[in-house]
Design a protein around this ligand. Structure first.
Ligand code: FES
Length: 163
């Protein structure tokens, strides 16, 4: 499995653009729809929307997409790991957990997804589960009161399930 970009369906993009009457003020809604389909914003889709919608340019679309944290410019991994770094989790040691996960999945600096497409990692500001701090979520499942060692074991288990 690799993280190479999937082919973008331009017909589908046209439908999305038309559903908002090609109106540039709906750019964010259009990008949300694209992200729903691909789970991230492929560069090709942003370029297409930027060149099709009147009053926009690919650079504008790219600028908007990078400004909003809700948009991901990289494909997500099979396992989406979120380590909470809200206040409660931070004071109880979320950073060592984050570092341990990063090392274990061999995530390169500045990247959000591993090269094999297996894991993506991000921090979130609060999962709404502060009593379980420090908390980590993988594909929607919450892992409470994490430690660096516990996080490594969780990742090891996932790796074993995928050999
Ligand atoms: S601060 Fe982490 S769950 Fe609230």
């Amino acid at each position: 499995m690799t993280t190479s970009a999937p082919a973008v369906d331009k017909g589908k993009l046209d439908e999305i653009i038309q559903s908002y009457d090609g109106e540039k003020s709906y750019l964010i809604a259009m990008l949300q729809k694209v992200q729903e389909i691909y789970k991230y914003l492929p560069e090709e889709a942003m370029t297409y929307i930027g060149s099709k919608v009147e009053g926009l340019s690919p650079a504008t679309v790219f600028g908007v997409a990078t400004f909003y944290a809700q948009f991901s410019l990289e494909p997500k991994g099979k396992y989406e790991i979120k380590v909470c770094d809200g206040t409660a989790c931070h004071v109880r040691g979320s950073m060592p957990v984050l570092e341990a996960v990063k090392k274990k999945i061999q995530l390169k600096d500045g990247k959000m997804t591993t090269e094999n497409g297996m894991f993506s990692l991000e921090t979130v500001s609060c999962l709404g589960a502060c009593s379980l701090a420090p908390a980590m979520v993988i594909n929607g499942k919450i892992y409470p009161k994490m430690t660096a060692d516990a996080a490594e074991i969780v990742i090891d288990t996932l790796l074993k399930e995928n050999v």
